[in-house]
Design a protein around this ligand. Sequence first.
Ligand SMILES: [Zn+2]
Ligand SMILES: [Zn+2]
Length: 513
Amino acid sequence: MTPAMMKIQRGTFYEIKATVGSLKAETGGPLGGRLDDRIVSDFFFDQHARRSAASYSPNTTSLNKLLNSNWNPRRIRLLGFVHSHPVGSPQPSLGDERYIAQIMQANPAADALYMPIIRSAADFGARFRIFPFLVVRGRDGVLRVEPCLLRLVGDLASAPPSANPRASVTAESPVELRYVGPSSSETYVRVTEAYDLARLSTSRLIIVGCGGSTGFVESMARAGIPDFILIDPDRVSRSNLATQQYYRRDVGKPKVECLRDRILGINELATVQAIPVALEDISDDEFERLTTAPLRQWDVPLRGMWGLAGIETPARVLVLPSTILLGGFTDSFPAQARINRLALEFGFPSLCAQMYEHGRAAEITFTAPGITAACHRCALRSRFEAYQNGYKSSVTSNGTPVFATDRLNASKGFLAMALLHHGSKHPFWGSLLTRIGDRNLIQIRMDPEVALPVFSRVFAGAETDRVLFDESVWLRQKPDGPANGLPPCPDCGGTGDLRKAIGTFTDTRIMRS
Ligand SMILES: [Zn+2]
Ligand SMILES: [Zn+2]
């Protein structure tokens, strides 16, 4: 029998992560959703629960208030409870079972309740984790507690506030998740139709590698992205002036700082974190802190914020990024390989690019959890295998004309817009990713003679006196797994659903084999 699945809305998952997942055990709260699909869409952070280091019991008064005044009128039903346990007890305790039995006795109609256990980041100084469990009433009337699978639902558009403002959440200050409206700045008056500026204004871009990608990053600022995290340990050298968008005044300075100034030179309201270190020196915890910092925050008095009449607490309003895109643009293979793992672990869409020798061709791979079936490693299996067998690339950016870099950057821009706009109402960008689908390996030839057989294959029947070069091929990628006669991909598992890899890495600095 396949284990049961607990489905939860991405936004709700991140709300739990930002509260229960960020506070010392034991905290928790009820889970709600509609009975027809049993997707957890509502969570109430139960601040008034009785808690000790060893147990959590929901406050029945506030629970009943919540059900009567907020959930029931919206046809939201109680689907279960989530709470945190101290490190080392990742399953429901006897007390938890007793409590759930009482709840089920009182609701004869309820035949199953979710009871996921959280390991909080606050307790361990380590990683947040969720251990999903389902309590089912068997036909014999006996309750059984069984582990189940967890799936985050909701596409990139509807869902992904990545909220773990660990540093700023306390039990006394509830968190409201809020999204800001369109950018009204005069800078963008001529592109209000070119993009969905409202969408882009809550997007965050994490760029690893600020060499050839400088032109791309600048263009992202011109398209209205307000928030950047730039990671690159290099300083600008004189020889960069011929190949990258740097200037004489930049020589000797960290690339990330020069690029930050360039972005602020386009949009003074942008937020740019310039991090002049190599990706391998950033731990998963540090990476998570970078990604989950709010775009903006402020404190306001709010009334009945959780739908509970009579509760009045000052709240911290966090403007969270609605979409985070991870870009891997280095020529370091280990860094590119880790970007795949980071994107999978945190469930972010990602975009990677590589220039081939002398800029005669280039490649882009991307992932979009829930859309692409294959990860970067599946798409580039032979390269991963070669590196694991000791291969060292001798390809450098030496000999690459700046036009090849610009050409590649333009294609990266189209794909970044498709990823960031996915599901928006924009007439062009909103559905582009759906059309691209799982063609997440793109190759571009910039030399008619380049030795890439795929081009002669694709253009075999074309009029060869009209087709020459400067084309892209969009290659459908399948996940590595038994269905394709291959061992499962060590990174994504080859299930065809990249969301299943979320939270499966203990340390993304380590390559799985
Ligand atoms: Zn418990
Ligand atoms: Zn894979």
